[in-house]
Design a protein. Structure first.
Length: 306
């Protein structure tokens, strides 16, 4: 029995249900990655950069093999409305490019919004009148941070904001990933959806770990809280996977736009966040090798499950 046959036997043939199942799977992988910090207490920057480079490689390859190229093929089919420009049919590429640049714009605007709202939220999380001590919480339910006992709320606010912004940023970055899996199944290509689900799920492990490590580095009092921060960042993938599958099932012409949108969002994340972060601490080579391995894995999954 093939993986596709097993998946269909367990989940059924409804693309929307398959999209929901895909969202649950990739969120579970994020849970695994976020929970790794509970047993792997001190991952080195070098290994973390290699893991994030691997995630970038998977996302890079998946953007083309499972999103952009299939989206162009779908929009090039005879039943899809053709767009002519100077006698040249552009039906295949235009919808995908429209979705692509829309995805880039949404991620870009989203990150700017995070920078504006972050200080406001963090100042509410850590009131100026409260004294922070280690221990994970006081009798009033206020958060505490490991290794810090201070009456200066400014430094604590800065640490809270750093983990807040990183967690929200990863959550924002997980949005196109969840959407991509839903769109993959909604397109009716079960094998392609499974390949995308497995690839994004695997790369969610280092992403989930990265969120937890960032939470600990920011001074979060307990590793359990850090793991919860990582898990929370991946939960957005479930409703978006469901929405993506439902949307393209109900309105098939949206498929190439949705595929372009998901690909644009993922490529923006790679170029704007992951690669700069993994090349800023002196481990560029190992991060690049991780990227190559991730890209090769996604290509292999795409061929094996085709």
């Amino acid at each position: 029995m093939t993986i596709e046959e097993l998946f269909v036997e367990l989940v059924g043939t409804d693309p929307v249900v398959q999209g929901l199942a895909g969202g649950l799977v990739i969120a579970f992988f994020n849970f695994v990655g976020a929970s790794v910090v509970l047993i792997w207490r001190n991952p080195t920057e070098k290994r973390l950069d290699a893991a994030l480079g691997f995630a970038a490689g998977v996302m890079l390859s998946a953007s083309f093999t499972s999103l952009l190229l299939p989206g162009i093929e779908f929009a090039s089919e005879p039943g899809y409305r053709a767009l002519q420009l100077g006698g040249v049919a552009l039906a295949g590429v235009v919808p995908v490019l429209v979705g692509f640049f829309l995805g880039v714009a949404v991620l870009d605007r989203g990150e700017r919004w995070i920078q504006y709202i972050g200080p406001v939220i963090s100042s509410r999380l850590v009131p100026d009148s409260e004294t922070q001590t280690d221990g994970g919480g006081d009798s009033h339910g206020h958060a505490h941070f490991a290794g810090s006992t201070t009456t200066e709320s400014g430094s604590v606010n800065a640490r809270v904001m750093s983990v807040l912004l990183f967690t929200v940023a990863i959550t924002l970055h997980n949005m196109p990933e969840g959407l991509a899996v839903g769109v993959g199944f909604g397109s009716g290509d079960v094998s392609g959806g499974i390949a995308l689900m497995l690839a994004i799920g695997i790369q969610n492990i280092p992403e989930g770990l990265a969120v937890s490590v960032a939470a600990i580095n920011a001074g979060l009092g307990r590793r359990w809280y850090a793991a919860v921060a990582g898990i929370r960042a991946g939960l957005v993938e479930i409703p978006l996977a469901l929405f993506g599958a439902w949307a393209v099932t109900v309105a098939a012409p949206l498929l190439p736009y949705a595929m372009g949108f998901a690909a644009g969002g993922m490529l923006y994340v790679i170029g704007d966040e992951i690669i700069p972060a993994t090349h800023s601490r002196g481990y560029e080579r190992v991060a690049t090798l991780g990227l190559m391995i991730g890209a090769a894995l996604m290509l292999t999954l795409d061929v094996v499950l085709a």
